[in-house]
Design a protein around this ligand. Structure first.
Ligand code: C2E
Ligand code: CA
Ligand code: CA
Length: 725
C-alpha cells in the first residue's frame, strides 16, 4: 500500500512526508481530486473503507463505474449529486451528505457521512476537491433498529387497549390520546389537559406516593418507570391504572419529555383479589382458611413475644356434626357451618381472628390477653364459655330449628416456646380432651396432655419392638358349661415386658388400635391360637376344645382379612370349626355389606362368630338376623350387678330370650360369684366365663386344668373353683 506511487503523488501534491503520515493516521477517509475530478490522492482509511486498493483508484474520475452510491432512502445517487460534482457545480463546500455504497472487499453496504471542500488556484479556479468521509454504518443500523421498534411500538399502541399520553416538560404541554379519555369514560378532550384535571382525577390517597415515585423517576438517570395509581372515571368510580412512562433527557441528563401509556388494571386487580381469596379464604364461610390462619398465628406469636401479652388459640369442633350433616343433608350442613361462622365472629373482637380449618373445625386466635398466665387463662376460658353459649342457641335454618354444641380446646401462647405447629397440636389435644369429658365442654392444654402424648409415642415404639422380640403371650380363660365341663377358652393377649413384667391389654390395646399395630398383633394372636388348636388335635382330652379369638375392627377392615384368616388356619392345620372369632358391635358402624360378606365367607369354612360385650353397643335386630352369628356374649358389666341391680338383670334376661328367639347360644362373661352363676342358670344361660371358674392363665396351667377336670370327671364348678386352677 505504501508504494512509491504514494510518494510520487505526494510530490505531486507538494505535501511533505510528515503531512502524508498525518493524513494516513487520521480516522477519516480522505480523497483528493484534481481539476477533472481524477483521484490524485487517497489515504489509507479511505482505501480501506472503499475496499479498493489505493493504486487501483488513483486517476479514477468521478464518472468511474466503481463509484456507485445510493441515497439514504436506497435510491441511486445520480452522478450530478456526487459530492465532487456538487462542489464543481456550486464552487462551494458541501457538508454532511450521507451516502451508501458496496464495499469492494465484501460487498457490505457501508454508510458514510461526506464533506467536500474546493481548493482554488490563483486564478480562482477549482484546482482540487478534497472529500473526507467517516463510516457511520453502525449509527445507521442503530437508527434503523430504532425506527423499526418505534414503528412496532406505534402499531402496538394502535391495536392495544392502552391509552397513550405525552407531557412536554419544557413547555408543560400535556397531551392525552383519544383512547386515554375513552378509557376513563370521558368524551375526547372533555377538559383541558392540565394540572387541574390531574388533581381532580387522581385518587387523593395515591397522590403523595405518585408524586414521590414520579419525582424520583425524573431525578434518576433512568429512561423508564412504572407507577400504579387510581384515576376517577366519569361515573365517579376509581379505576386502577398501570402507568408506564418513557423519559427523554437532554444532553446533560435533564428530563425534557415524558410519554407513555396507561393500562387498565381493573381485571387484573380483580383476578389478583380472586386468587388471594381462593388461596386464603374458605369459600363456604368466607373465613380465613388454614393457610391464612397460619400466617395470622405467626404474626400473633411475634406480637405476643414483643409485647409480653398472652394470647390464646382456640380449637373448636362441632359435636355430632357428621350425624347432623347426614340426616339433614349437606345443604343444611353448609348453612349450619355458615351460621356457626357468623356467631363465632360475633363472639370475638375485631382484632381477633376466626378461621375455618375444614369440615366442622374452626380456630380462633385471641390476642392481647393479660400478661399474667393465670389471668390470661381465666380470660380465655371466659371467651370460650361465651362461644359455647352462643353456639348452643338454636339455629333457624331450613324449615326447622336445629341445635348443635361444640367442644373447645384452648392453648395459651406467650412464653414464645411453641411454634405454630406445636401450638395447633396443643389446642387440638385439648379439644380431644374436651370431647372425652363430654360434649359442649372446653378444656385448656396442660403439660399432662403432652406427657400423655409423649408416653403414647414411646409406647408405640416399645410395642413395635415387643412384637418383633416375641414379648407377647397368650393367656387362656376357660369357658365352662353348666355341668362344669371346659368347652374351650378365650385367648387374651399379655405382654411380658422385660422391665414392667406382665402388662394387661388395657395398657396397650388402645395404643395398638390407634397406631394400626393391632393388625400384626392380631395376626400373631390368631396364628398362635390356630397352632394351639392344631397341637391339641391329637390329644384325647384337648382335641374337643374351642378357642375364641378377639378380632379388632381394624383387622376386619383389611381387604384381605378373609384370605389371611383362612390361610392362617390352613397353614397351622387347625380345624376351623374349633375357631371362634369375637367381634363387637362397633363393627356394625362400618361398611355393612363388606362386613357381612366377609363374615359369610369365613362362616362357609366353618369358622364361628361370637358377639362380644353384647348389650353395650348398638345392634339392630336386622343385623343380628342377617349376620352368621353363633353366640351372644353378655357383657360383664351386666353380670357384675346381676343380683343387685334390677336393670342389669332385666337386660340379661332380655339377652337370653333374644338368643333363644334367634337361635343363638348365649354365654355370660365376668361371672365372679356362685349367685351370678345360679341366677344365669336359673334363667336359661348355661355357658360361662369368669373368675369364678378361672382367671386367664398361661397355657400349661390351662392344659393342666382341662386334664385334671377330665380325669376327675364332671364336678360342680363351685367345688372345682378353688382347686382346679
Ligand atoms: P374382653 O374381650 O371383654 O375380654 C375379657 C376381659 O375380661 C379380659 O380382660 C378378662 O381378663 C376379663 N375378665 C374375665 N373374667 C372376669 C371376671 O370374672 N371379672 C372381671 N372383672 N374381669 C374378667 P383382659 O384380658 O384384660 O382383656 C381386656 C380386653 O382387651 C379384652 O376384653 C379385649 O377387648 C382386649 N383383648 C385382649 N386380648 C386381645 C386380643 O388378642 N386381640 C384383641 N383385639 N383384643 C384383645
Ligand atoms: Ca372378648
Ligand atoms: Ca367381653
Amino acid at each position: 500500500m505504501h508504494g512509491s506511487e504514494d510518494v510520487s503523488s505526494a510530490s505531486l501534491l507538494a505535501f511533505t512526508q510528515q503531512q502524508f503520515f498525518l493524513l494516513d493516521s487520521i480516522q477519516a477517509g480522505i480523497i483528493v481530486h484534481g481539476r477533472t475530478s481524477e483521484v490524485l490522492y487517497i489515504n489509507r482509511i479511505a482505501a480501506e473503507l472503499m475496499g479498493i486498493p489505493r493504486t487501483a483508484l488513483l486517476g479514477a474520475e468521478h464518472s468511474d463505474p466503481r463509484w456507485d452510491f445510493i441515497r439514504e432512502d436506497g435510491s441511486t445517487l445520480p452522478l450530478d449529486e456526487y459530492p465532487i460534482a456538487r462542489v464543481f457545480a456550486t464552487g462551494k463546500a458541501m457538508k454532511r451528505l450521507i451516502l451508501g455504497y458496496n464495499r469492494g472487499t465484501d460487498g457490505k453496504v457501508i454508510w458514510a457521512m461526506c464533506d467536500a471542500y474546493p481548493m482554488h488556484d490563483r486564478a480562482g479556479e477549482i484546482s482540487r476537491v478534497i472529500v473526507s468521509f467517516t463510516d457511520i454504518t453502525e449509527l445507521k443500523e442503530a437508527e434503523r433498529a430504532l425506527q423499526k421498534s418505534d414503528e412496532r411500538l406505534r402499531l402496538v399502541l394502535q391495536g392495544s387497549q392502552d391509552a397513550s399520553w405525552d407531557w412536554d416538560l419544557v413547555t408543560d404541554v400535556l397531551y392525552f390520546s383519544p383512547r386515554w379519555w375513552q378509557m376513563l369514560g370521558y368524551p375526547v378532550d372533555a377538559y383541558p389537559a392540565d394540572a387541574v384535571l390531574w388533581d381532580r382525577i387522581l385518587h387523593a390517597d395515591d397522590r403523595p406516593r405518585v408524586d414521590r415515585e414520579f419525582a424520583s423517576a425524573l431525578a434518576g438517570a433512568g429512561t423508564s418507570y412504572e407507577i400504579e395509581y387510581r384515576l376517577a372515571r366519569s361515573d365517579g368510580r376509581y379505576m386502577p391504572v398501570l402507568s408506564r412512562g418513557f423519559i427523554t433527557r437532554d444532553a446533560s441528563g435533564n428530563p425534557i419529555r415524558v410519554s407513555g401509556t396507561n393500562s387498565d388494571l381493573t381485571e387484573r386487580k380483580a383476578a389478583e383479589e380472586q386468587i388471594y381469596l381462593l388461596a386464603f379464604y374458605d369459600a363456604l364461610t368466607g373465613l380465613p382458611n388454614r393457610a391464612r390462619l397460619v400466617e395470622q398465628l405467626q404474626k400473633a406469636l411475634q406480637t405476643s413475644a414483643r409485647t409480653g401479652r398472652q394470647g390464646a388459640l382456640l380449637f373448636l369442633d362441632l359435636d355430632n356434626f357428621k350425624v347432623l350433616n347426614d340426616t339433614m343433608g349437606h345443604e343444611m350442613g353448609d348453612r349450619l357451618l355458615q351460621a356457626v361462622a357468623t356467631r363465632l365472629r360475633d363472639c370475638v373482637r375485631e382484632s381477633d381472628s376466626v378461621a375455618r380449618l375444614g369440615g366442622d373445625e374452626f380456630l380462633v386466635i385471641i390476642e392481647a390477653l393479660p400478661s399474667d398466665p393465670d389471668e390470661a387463662a381465666h380470660e380465655a376460658l371466659r371467651i370460650g364459655r361465651a362461644i359455647l353459649a352462643a353456639l348452643d342457641e338454636p339455629y333457624d335454618i331450613g324449615a326447622n330449628e336445629h341445635c348443635t354444641t361444640a367442644s373447645i380446646g384452648i392453648a395459651l401462647f406467650g412464653d414464645g416456646t411453641q411454634g405454630v405447629d406445636g401450638l395447633m397440636r396443643q389446642a387440638d389435644l385439648a379439644m380431644y380432651q374436651a370431647k372425652a369429658r363430654g360434649r359442649n365442654m372446653l378444656c385448656t392444654f396442660d403439660a399432662s396432655m403432652q406427657r400423655h402424648v409423649d408416653a403414647r409415642l414411646a409406647l408405640d415404639i416399645e410395642l413395635r419392638k415387643a412384637l418383633q422380640g416375641c414379648e407377647m403371650r397368650l393367656y387362656y380363660q376357660a369357658q365352662v358349661v353348666d355341668d362344669g365341663t371346659i368347652t374351650g377358652a378365650e385367648v387374651l393377649v399379655r405382654w411380658m415386658h422385660p422391665v414392667r413384667g406382665l402388662v394387661y391389654p388395657a395398657a396397650f390395646i388402645p395404643a395398638a388400635e390407634s397406631s394400626g399395630l393391632i393388625v400384626p398383633l392380631g395376626t400373631w394372636v390368631l396364628r398362635t391360637a390356630c397352632e394351639q388348636l392344631a397341637a391339641w388335635a391329637n390329644d384325647p382330652h384337648l382335641a374337643r376344645l374351642t378357642l375364641s379369638v378377639n378380632v379388632s375392627v381394624r383387622q376386619f377392615r383389611e381387604t384381605h382379612f378373609v384370605d389371611q384368616v383362612l390361610a392362617t388356619v390352613a397353614v397351622a392345620g387347625a380345624d376351623p370349626h374349633k375357631l371362634k372369632l369375637e367381634i363387637t358391635e362397633t363393627l356394625f358402624a362400618e361398611n355393612m355389606p363388606d362386613i357381612s360378606e366377609k363374615m359369610h365367607a369365613l362362616k362357609a369354612h366353618g369358622i364361628g362368630f361370637s358377639l362380644d360385650d353384647f348389650g353395650t353397643g348398638y345392634s339392630s335386630l336386622k343385623y343380628l338376623q342377617r349376620l352368621p352369628l353363633d353366640q351372644l356374649k353378655i357383657d360383664r358389666t351386666f353380670v357384675q350387678d346381676l343380683t343387685t341391680n334390677p336393670n342389669d338383670s332385666a337386660i340379661t334376661l332380655a339377652i337370653i330370650s333374644l338368643g333363644e328367639k334367634l337361635g343363638l347360644r348365649v354365654i355370660a362373661e365376668g361371672v365372679e360369684t356362685a349367685e351370678q352363676r345360679a341366677f344365669l342358670f336359673a334363667n336359661g344361660c348355661s355357658a360361662y366365663q369368669g373368675f369364678y371358674f378361672s382367671e386367664p392363665v398361661a397355657l400349661h396351667e390351662f392344659e393342666q386344668a382341662v386334664g385334671a377336670l377330665s380325669r376327675r370327671g364332671t364336678m360342680p364348678p363351685e367345688l372345682a373353683h378353688p382347686t382346679i386352677l
